[in-house]
Design a protein. Structure first.
Length: 340
């Protein structure tokens, strides 16, 4: 199969392909998603096959308006309207209890709930409107590996396996959406996966919000994507490094004879570049630049031609967008830090 790269003048063609059951990757403000018609079980099943994704892992449904969600949900949490008003379209996914037999079980992972998001990307919203159906859209990559933030990343993983990719450059945010559980209208909203919409931002709008902190084991069925203990992982071993430990980490790797890569902001990257085999440098030292560049860095330094034994990655404070960044990084590193 030849994988086509759709430009802006070919969105109608991409929408028709999706409506007919083909797989087409689409851009969002977070990462690129692997689109399939959410109402066609056979098409959705192909998503799991192409990604190598466990079928107990539910999929996020992408819509072009909140009215589309109403087709599948009767009983909304009281916080829903305020969240939609303030954060949609945007990097926020909401989980609701759904009407029986309205969505294929392959979409929901066999659960009685489903996750919905309205992405903040004009091309993708237009494609969803033209397709006339909601789209599942897990990250358009091989399952468990770093998520794709460019069309080239998608092509690297999935060319020859999917019909096409809608081109739209690099994504703006770089980490997947915040997922909030609103499935129990009587319960406090709970964040299942952190993202660019923070707990503090949500609480300003709806009041109390809790956070699910347990790590989902391989034997568990997650309620949302990205909740497993190890995820977003390159083949090369990853270790997180605290700011004060870089000199020790580099020396330790040197003593071991490791070919080492570094993913960090300019300040740290400039200090380490002459003692390491490869460096991926964020655009600046901000958490926004780090979140946008993390997956690209992990992908770039995991290329076999580099032959790295180890990748060191900069940590950030666990606050604001740093919560989402550290959530992804900890899973990429299987929770492992460099230790003196």
């Amino acid at each position: 199969m030849e994988t086509k790269r759709y430009n802006e003048s070919e969105l109608k063609e991409a929408a028709q392909a999706l409506r007919d059951g083909s797989l087409v990757a689409f851009p969002t403000e977070t990462v690129y998603g692997l689109g399939a018609n959410a109402l066609l079980p056979d098409s959705v099943a192909k998503v799991f096959t192409v990604k190598g994704r466990p079928q107990d892992n539910p999929l996020i449904i992408h819509v072009a308006s909140f009215d589309q969600v109403k087709e599948y949900v009767d009983n909304f949490h009281p916080a829903t309207a305020k969240i939609v008003e303030n954060f949609w379209p945007g990097p926020l996914t909401m989980i609701f209890e759904i009407k029986k037999n309205k969505l294929p079980s392959v979409v929901t992972g066999g659960l009685s709930t489903a996750a919905f998001r309205m992405p903040d990307n004009k091309k993708t919203l237009e494609v969803i409107r033209q397709a006339g159906v909601p789209l599942v859209g897990p990250s358009a990559n091989t399952s468990g590996k770093p998520s794709p933030t460019t069309a080239d990343h998608v092509y690297h993983d999935l060319h020859g396996k999917i019909t096409g990719i809608i081109e739209d450059g690099a994504t703006r945010i770089g980490v997947e959406s915040t997922v909030i559980d609103l499935s129990n209208p009587d319960a406090v909203p709970m964040i299942l996966r952190p993202g660019a919409v923070t707990k503090e931002q949500l609480e300003e709008v709806v009041g109390e919000v809790s956070v699910d902190k347990h790590l989902v084991k391989e034997s568990e069925t997650p309620k949302a994507p990205g909740m497993k203990y190890k995820h977003y992982s390159p083949d090369t071993k990853v270790l997180m490094v605290h700011d004060n430990d870089w000199a020790d980490a580099i020396q330790w790797a040197k003593n071991k004879g490791f070919r080492t890569g570094v993913i960090a902001g300019p300040k740290i990257a400039e200090e380490t570049r002459f003692d390491t085999a490869a460096v991926y440098m964020f655009h600046d030292d901000s958490i926004e630049a780090a979140a946008k560049g993390l997956f690209a860095g992990l992908r770039g330094l995991d290329e076999p031609l580099l032959g790295l034994d180890l990748i060191f990655v900069q940590v950030f404070p666990n606050e604001g967008l740093g919560v989402a960044y550290m959530n992804r990084l900890k899973k990429a590193a299987a929770q492992n830090y460099f230790e003196k």
